[in-house]
Design a protein around this ligand. Structure first.
Ligand code: F6R
Length: 607
């Protein structure tokens, strides 16, 4: 979603800002702009489209060592140049970029109108810069103009503000992430750690309510009411994985094929093969808490929710303890009953998903214990939870999540094993599972050496008006994940159902040639899944079957794709791979933008 980058220091700001925007591109956006103080006035350049389009309209050089930049994902107002950030006050004294949503902006806009100030854009953000300008005109300092304005707002914000006549930047955070990067006599502002790593490892994650005044050599953090806040410096570790594309054709391709190494990073040092258990130190769970946990609740959205559903089943299988997955947006709005004896797991790649953050705040408020299952180190979910497990997928830049899914599943598997071993799971069963889990990266590599007839499947999918995905047990969420991937990348309507539900409705869709993707690893539910497959076939459906290598059911598919055999509880780690490749290749063949599907954003930071 929207991205902010800001700079004040001793270097030319423009190339730094443009490179910052480029590194924020993966979040998803539809227009982009910069504002730079060139020493005599503030230059603003904006465009609808990509950062490359912005680059094309920028002057060759712009002197100036202070500026702000933005990638906008439209919420209030269409995708137009006028709605693109930065927004300026009518008198040109203030320029501002904003992430988040101002809920009461219409009321504020009417208030401005009554004072003779008419906004020129349709955005909620512009009201902020106009309100600050009125404060400044009334004699307030830049800091006071921001503090006074924030008092009138309802909603969420990450703000970076440039004052034409004051050599500083001001930032503020409430609900939308913002990070300050400290260099040598220069300071960077970003909504995401990724663009900062090119400049500095020393960063400060702002908390809600923080307002920061950034001068050339230093910065001071205050609360909205002006009380000083001691900055807590985090040193960014060298993360695993390359954030740049390198030789790969797309980020999604690169990330699919990174899964074996990502999985090694996730489970390395976290399993005890001898004792047949998991060791998730960051969860800080003692034996007693594990034994006494009444219920495990998992929360997430999209792909993270499907990974959570697999985790839920494994927790119940190994721990024999009730587990439930909740869609974060539903959970938080349904007045949930929170049991302090339950454990709550917030599952999120970005750690910035607004619905998951709101849900976990609600749980904490009601006394529940929440743990993060997160990829991005230092993200809001990770910091709010304080405890949890980093899945160590490395940077995931493609909007469609792939390697985060398999690592979420792996991390939850390790958790389920740890939980199970304090309860009913025998040492022999635990050891067997861990042994197979450690083999999974190699088995992924084996699959990638021979991916099977993906192109034949793509030929069927490209022609389809809709696609049905079926699976049972652990393969039901895998089917959902496959459907989500194909739908979001290729824009083909996809339905996913537990195979047994097929005859209760979706079967009505089937006609001669309808593609049905069936996920049928060699587990105890396979025979039942095959009954559903036969029912589809009898109605003329074309079956794309994902099965285990060597299994004779391979003969039943119109297109059959084999994955290596593995422990029945670990099959999602392998069966999802051909589904990811099918979605990627189908989208490519249909000419879609694989890494940046339309309307989607990588971090969904608004509700
Ligand atoms: C699908 C996808 C989304 C995300 C969802 C949650 O490929 O990427 O469905 O999974 O928006 O995002 P995180 O995991 O960052 O909370």
């Amino acid at each position: 979603m929207c991205g902010i980058f800001g700079y004040i220091g001793h270097q030319h700001a423009l190339p730094i800002l443009v490179e910052g925007l480029r590194r924020l591109e993966y979040r998803g956006y539809d227009s982009t702009g910069v504002a730079i103080d060139d020493g005599s006035h503030v230059q603003t350049h904006k465009t609808v489209g990509k950062v490359a389009d912005l680059k094309a309209i920028l002057p060759e050089t712009v002197s100036g060592t202070r500026g702000i930049a933005h990638t906008r994902w439209a919420t209030h107002g269409g995708v137009t140049q006028g709605n693109t950030h930065p927004h300026a006050s009518t008198d040109g004294a203030i320029h501002l970029v904003h992430n988040g949503i101002i809920e009461n902006y219409q009321h504020l806009r009417r208030g401005l109108s009554a004072r003779g100030v008419d906004c020129v854009s349709e955005t909620d953000s512009e009201v902020l810069v106009q309100m600050m300008a009125l404060e400044l005109q009334g004699g307030a300092t830049p800091l006071e103009s921001v503090q006074n304005t924030l008092q009138h707002l309802r909603g969420t914000w990450g703000l970076c503000i440039l004052f034409r006549d004051h050599d500083l930047l001001i930032c503020a955070r409430n609900g939308s992430p913002l990070i300050i990067g400290q260099g040598q006599n220069e300071t960077f502002v970003s909504s995401d750690p990724h663009p900062l790593t090119a400049h500095t490892q020393r960063v400060v994650y702002l908390d809600d309510g923080d307002v920061v005044v950034i001068n050339r050599e230093s910065f001071q953090i205050k609360t909205t009411k002006g009380l000083p806040v001691e900055p807590s410096i985090t040193v960014l570790e060298d993360a695993w994985g390359e954030a740049e594309l390198g030789d790969a054709p797309h980020y999604m391709y690169k990330e699919i094929y990174e899964q074996p190494d990502a999985l090694r990073q996730c489970i390395g040092g976290r399993v005890d093969r001898e004792m047949g258990t998991g060791r998730l130190g960051g969860m800080g769970l003692d034996h007693q808490t594990l034994v006494q946990a009444a219920h495990i609740h998992l929360l997430g959205c999209g792909t993270a929710a499907f990974a959570a559903e697999i985790g839920q089943m494994l927790i119940e299988k190994m721990g024999r303890i009730p587990a439930t997955t909740h869609i974060s947006s539903e959970f938080r709005n349904n007045d949930p009953v929170i049991n302090p004896k339950s454990l709550y797991l917030a599952v999120s790649q970005s750690g910035e998903t607004a619905d998951t953050i709101s849900a976990l705040k609600e749980i904490k408020l009601k006394g529940g214990q929440v743990f993060g299952v997160v990829n991005v180190v230092g993200s809001t979910v990770a910091r709010l939870c304080g405890r949890g497990v980093y899945i160590h997928s490395g940077p995931e830049q493609s909007v469609a999540s792939t390697k985060a899914f398999t690592n979420m599943v792996a991390a939850l598997t390790v958790f389920a094993t740890q939980l199970g071993r304090t309860r009913h799971l025998s040492k022999a069963d635990g050891r067997n599972l861990i042994r197979h889990l450690q083999q999974a990266p190699h088995l992924m590599e084996t699959y990638f050496e021979d991916i099977g007839p993906i192109h034949e499947a793509v030929d069927l999918l490209c022609e389809a008006d809709s696609v049905l995905f079926l699976g049972r047990g652990l393969s039901a969420p895998v089917a959902k994940e496959g459907a989500l991937k194909l739908m979001e990348l290729a824009y083909i309507p996809c339905l996913a159902y537990p195979a047994g539900e097929m005859k209760h409705g979706p079967i009505a869709l089937l006609e001669e040639g309808s593609p049905v993707v069936v996920v049928a690893p060699n587990d105890h539910l396979k025979e039942k899944t095959m009954s559903a497959l036969h029912e589809c076939k009898a109605r003329g459906a074309k079956i794309i079957l994902i099965h285990e290598k060597g299994d004779p059911i391979g003969a039943e598919g119109d297109v059959s794709i084999a994955v290596p055999a593995i422990h029945p509880w670990l099959t999602p780690l392998l069966t999802v791979l051909p589904l990811q490749l099918m979605a990627y290749e189908t989208a490519l063949k249909l000419g879609r933008d694989v890494d940046r599907p339309r309307n989607l954003a990588k971090s969904v930071t608004v509700e």
